[in-house]
Design a protein around this ligand. Structure first.
Ligand code: DGL
Length: 271
């Protein structure tokens, strides 16, 4: 039997956005074996009902648990907003979402009176999960939510640096700028892929990206639980529910030859 600390970390997202989190985890914890599942056949989650998001998240969790993992990172803000509790009902291993790490960073970095914008999917904004987390973590900053449903398709289609993206970003972000936003939470794991355009258009926004914060939180959690791995040659396996060109390109961009397996896997009641 694999010793607990040498097991893999399971990471999942609705699609490719979670690779931004996986890349940070690999950077911060280069000796960990990683298993990623991207639900590319069913993305987006951001406009689906909470019951569907919970069902999908539980199906993926069951798939990851079969791979004998030691921790789960929910690298999707929408799933983190609705499904963390339902996932924790399935397992005793640590389960980490992406919202608390980003919120803690805001609560500690920003002055108490600061105004922060939150851009995310419709589902994440509607859930109120960021506000709940901010109050739980003792933050008193003001949060202004802005759903940005067009950003995920733009990014998926390779339009993150385009005139179309600039127009849409202005439409979403100008009202935040006018309300005095200084900090901008990227509340969707796809958004680091459009961060360069946001920085160019609104250089005064201080961006908070959950990927980096989640990786360091995970490091702390594994250290505390005595679960840090030390693989000489760590294995990175990527599974998707549908093989898409955009997933293939991002995998090559982020991980080049480091990925050991890149395969389609089915999740759900029959699998
Ligand atoms: N990865 C999702 C998130 O972070 C965005 C894409 C989707 O809508 O599924 O919320």
């Amino acid at each position: 039997m694999t010793p607990q600390d040498q097991k893999s970390i399971g990471v999942f997202d609705s699609g490719l956005g979670g690779l931004t989190v996986l890349r940070e985890i690999h950077r911060v914890l280069p000796r960990e074996n990683l298993i990623y599942f991207g639900d590319t056949a069913r993305v987006p989650y951001g406009n689906k009902s909470s019951s569907t998001i919970i069902r999908y998240s539980r199906e993926i969790t069951r798939f990851l648990l079969k791979q004998d993992i030691k921790a789960i990172v929910v690298a999707c803000n929408t799933a983190s907003s609705y499904a963390l509790e339902a996932i924790r009902e399935l397992t005793d291993i640590p389960v980490l979402g992406v919202i608390d790490p980003a919120v803690r960073s805001l609560a500690s970095e920003a002055p108490p009176q600061a105004v922060a914008g939150l851009i995310a999917t419709k589902g994440t904004i509607a859930s109120g999960a960021y506000d709940t987390s901010l109050r739980r973590n003792g933050g008193s900053q003001q949060l202004i939510g802005q759903p940005c449903p067009l950003l995920v398709p733009l990014i998926e289609e390779g339009y993150a640096s385009s005139q179309a993206a600039d127009l849409i970003l202005r439409d979403y972000l100008q009202p935040l700028a006018e309300r005095g936003v200084e900090y901008l939470l990227l509340g969707c794991t796809h958004y680091p892929l459009i961060a360069a355009s946001i920085r160019r258009l609104y250089p005064h926004f201080k961006l908070i990206d959950s990927a980096a914060e989640t990786a360091t939180t995970l490091q702390g959690l594994l250290t505390k639980a005595n679960l840090l791995g030390n693989a000489e040659k760590p294995v990175i396996d990527l599974f998707v529910s549908d093989m898409t060109d955009s997933m293939r390109s991002l995998k090559d961009l982020f991980f080049a030859e480091k990925v050991d397996r890149f395969e389609v896997a089915q999740v759900g009641d029959d699998h």
